[in-house]
Ligand binder design. Structure first.
Ligand code: AP5
Length: 190
């Protein structure tokens, strides 16, 4: 199974990606986690990405593609992927689609987790006490939501036009969201 998860900050992409990957024997690939790992390691890519993450801006497309693309293709060939946070712009999606067609690894579905903004802010502020992510402050969360609305939200239409979009209510409990995603993916043609 090859799935792309999209949705605003706090909509549950990471939470659900782990579960969906386990269910379908696929690899969970998180763009944000991969970037944070590079930053923690102090790699050249991490140094280039660090300020974008702390401000809540998207890092340049070429950095993300360089970081993730080989891993995505390898996962697709091993048992599938669940992408969490990539693609994040229509430009990234178009570039990824061109490369995926060439490699024979295009996505089967794009799951869009739709959530209420105020509730999402509450989730992220609560997580700040637990995880201490530098971008989980009120100011940066607000900027991430603006960046999402401007740069990422158009992806829903992009995937709808490709006939891949599955919309799920992210305001349900985590278990209900998981069940809804699995039910929708189970209905895809084999
Ligand atoms: P990233 O790490 O992807 O952050 P994000 O999109 O802002 O998403 P979050 O991790 O905050 O939320 P989530 O939707 O995964 O929800 P989660 O499951 O964690 O990206 C960080 C940064 O990296 C970006 O700002 C950018 O700088 C850079 N970046 C990443 N990808 C990029 C790309 N492709 N191009 C350029 N730059 C990129 O849940 C959140 C909280 O809510 C948790 O505490 C969880 O327990 C809780 N929760 C989850 N589901 C529920 C539920 N159903 N009910 C109640 N609580 C819930």
């Amino acid at each position: 199974m090859r799935v792309v998860l999209i949705g605003p900050p706090g909509s549950g992409k990471g939470t659900q990606a782990v579960r969906i990957a386990a269910q379908f024997g696929a690899e969970h690939i998180s763009a944000g986690d991969a970037l944070r790992t590079e930053i923690a390691a102090g790699s050249e890519l991490g140094l280039r990405a660090r300020d974008y993450l702390s401000r809540g801006d998207l890092v340049p497309d070429d950095l993300v593609v360089e970081l993730l693309w080989h891993r995505i293709v390898a996962a697709a060939r091993a048992g599938g992927y669940v992408l969490d946070g990539f693609p994040r712009t229509v430009e990234q999606a178009e570039a990824a689609y061109r490369m995926a067609v060439e490699a024979g690894v295009t996505a089967h579905a794009a799951v869009y987790l739709a959530g209420d903004t105020q509730a999402l802010v509450g989730r992220l502020l609560a997580r700040a006490h637990v995880d201490g992510r530098v971008d989980d402050t009120a100011e940066v969360i607000s900027h991430r939501l603006e960046v999402y609305a401007r740069q990422t939200a158009p992806l829903a239409d992009y995937y709808a036009q490709r006939g891949l979009l599955i919309t799920i209510d992210a305001m349900l409990t985590p278990d209900e969201v998981t069940a809804a995603i699995i039910a929708a993916l189970d209905q895809l043609p084999a």
